[in-house]
Design a protein around this ligand. Structure first.
Ligand code: GDP
Ligand code: MG
Length: 163
C-alpha cells in the first residue's frame, strides 16, 4: 500500500514549495487533477529513500463563490480524509497564528496522524516560532526550510514510522 501524505496549512506557509521539493522536476508536468477537484493536486513524492503520494492543498486563489474559511476547510478535509498522514505546516517566521490554532484543533479532533512542520526555519528568524509550535499540542515540530532544503532528514525520520 502506497502511503498518501497531504500537505496542509494556512496560505503562504510554504506548502507548494515543499510539494515541489518532494516531487522534484516532474512538477512542471503536474497540473490540477482533472475530474477530482481543482483545489488540490497529487504527485509521486520522494525523500531520503521514502516513496509516497503527496497531495498539495492549493487553489485558495480561486475563491469565487464561498467564504475562504469554508472553502479551506472543505479542501483540507477532502485531502486529509484521503491521506494516511497529514503534514501540517506553519510558518515559523510568522509564528503561530489564530488560523494555525484553528487547523490544529480540527486535526486533533479528526484524529489523523499528523506531523507538525515548522517551515521557513533557515537561519535564526524561525526560532521563536519553532518554540511556539509546541503550543499547538501536536507533538514536537520538525524544523524545516522547504525553500532551502534544510531539515529534510528530520522529515524523513518523522515520516518513516508511517511507511
Ligand atoms: P503555500 O501558500 O502554503 O503553498 O506557500 P508557497 O509554497 O506558495 O510559499 C509562500 C511563500 O513562502 C513563497 O514566497 C515562498 O518562496 C516562501 N517560502 C516557502 N518555503 C520557505 C522557506 O523554507 N523559507 C522561506 N524563508 N520562505 C519560504
Ligand atoms: Mg500553495
Amino acid at each position: 500500500h502506497r502511503l498518501t501524505v497531504a500537505i496542509i496549512g494556512r496560505p503562504n506557509v510554504g506548502k507548494s514549495t515543499l510539494f515541489n521539493r518532494l516531487v522534484g522536476k516532474k512538477i512542471a508536468l503536474v497540473d490540477d487533477q482533472p475530474g477530482v477537484t481543482r483545489d488540490w493536486r497529487a504527485a509521486d513524492g520522494r525523500v531520503g529513500g521514502l516513496e509516497f503520494t503527496v497531495v498539495d492543498t492549493a487553489g485558495l486563489e480561486d475563491v469565487f463563490d464561498d467564504s475562504l474559511e469554508s472553502r479551506m476547510r472543505r479542501q483540507t478535509e477532502r485531502a486529509v480524509e484521503r491521506a494516511d498522514v497529514a503534514l501540517f505546516l506553519i510558518d515559523a517566521r510568522a509564528g503561530v497564528t489564530a488560523m494555525d490554532k484553528h487547523f490544529a484543533t480540527w486535526l486533533r479532533r479528526a484524529g489523523k496522524p499528523t506531523i507538525l512542520v515548522a517551515n521557513k526555519c533557515e537561519g535564526v528568524a524561525g526560532r521563536p516560532g519553532l518554540i511556539e509550535a509546541y503550543e499547538l499540542g501536536l507533538g514536537e515540530p520538525v524544523p524545516l526550510s522547504a525553500e532551502h532544503g534544510e531539515g529534510m532528514a528530520d522529515l524523513v525520520t518523522a515520516l518513516e514510522p508511517f511507511m
